[in-house]
Design a binder for this molecule. Structure first.
Ligand code: MN
Length: 300
């Protein structure tokens, strides 16, 4: 009887559904040369919800240039963009007068909500010098009731992140959600966990999320063994089944692994370029509002 009780409470493994090799790169503007992991193939917006898009600029050496590298003014509505700078710096400006620099190791969590225009470039000084550049942009969808929320930024410096030390000198940086009783600084509209697992070779981390959550792991640096039997090469993504709770990451070398997990929204998705809404009527409205200048003005 005791055995039965135990096996009922024991957490089930969240199995690896697939290992996704980095898709061919494409340019976003002239500044971001990204592997677009999703939405792509079987990794649809519905499958990846509450996440919608993952663009990964794998480590790249940019040449020194006077002209700014990046992407000029463009609108967003209905979701959040999370920019994580691993190497290099990103500078942004928006139609509401906001702007700033996302430094190496820092995160910008932008809630586009009802909409704004912004531009994203390599930071001026580092652009002139050139050098290593490595960045993630993750789109987190907003539930219908919050799509038209007031736009806002959360600047999350590396020092502000939650931190849990690992036994061999690595650590878990918590950007959003909670790990080991430590919370991350980002506020989210629905349950989202986002961590950098900064691991030393031979270190193992056990993680648990509610069954039903969408969960994925991106190898930003180094390779890992996931759930003891699935090899995750550098620059690849592990997508986990929604069923099950527990997963294990073992670093095969010193590395950085970006873990994302969140509760799916289970709402219809309508997308047109930089607008992410629930219905085609809302997309038509967004295009109309954009054409009428309701997203504001931003110089190129
Ligand atoms: Mn953008």
């Amino acid at each position: 009887m005791e055995m039965t009780a135990q096996s009922k409470t024991a957490k089930q493994t969240k199995k690896v559904e697939r290992i996704v090799a980095p898709p061919p790169r494409h340019w976003v503007g002239d500044g971001f040369n990204v592997h677009g992991f999703f939405p792509h193939g079987p990794l649809t917006g519905e499958r990846m919800s509450p996440f919608f898009l993952l663009d990964y600029n794998a480590l790249t050496d940019f040449p020194p240039r006077e002209e700014p590298f990046g992407v000029g003014p463009h609108p967003h509505r209905g979701f959040e963009t999370v920019t994580i700078a691993y190497k290099g710096k990103v500078e942004h400006h928006d139609s509401r007068g906001g702007g700033g620099i996302i430094g190496e190791g820092d995160v910008q969590w932008m809630t586009a909500g009802s909409g704004l225009l912004h531009k994203e470039f390599h930071e001026q000084e580092s652009n002139r010098k050139g050098g290593p550049f490595q960045m993630v942009q993750l789109w987190v969808n907003l539930p219908a009731k919050d799509k038209m929320t007031e736009p806002k930024y959360q600047t999350i410096t590396n020092a502000e992140m939650g931190r849990v030390k690992l036994p061999l000198g690595g650590e878990v940086e918590i950007i959003a959600g909670e790990f080991g009783g430590v919370k991350g600084p980002a506020t989210t509209f629905t349950p989202v966990h986002l961590y950098n697992l900064k691991m030393k070779q031979g270190e193992t981390v056990e993680l648990a999320f509610p069954s039903g959550y969408t969960t994925a792991l991106l190898a930003v640096e180094g390779s890992a063994l996931v759930n003891s039997d699935e090899k995750l090469p550098v620059n690849s993504l592990a997508l986990f089944e929604r069923d099950g709770e527990q997963l294990r990451v073992a670093a095969l070398e010193d590395g950085i692994f970006l873990l994302m997990s969140g509760e799916p929204l289970n709402e219809p998705i309508a997308q047109y370029g930089p607008f992410l809404m629930n219905t085609q009527a809302e997309i038509a409205q967004a295009i109309d509002d954009y054409r009428q200048g309701k997203f504001g003005y931003l110089e190129g």
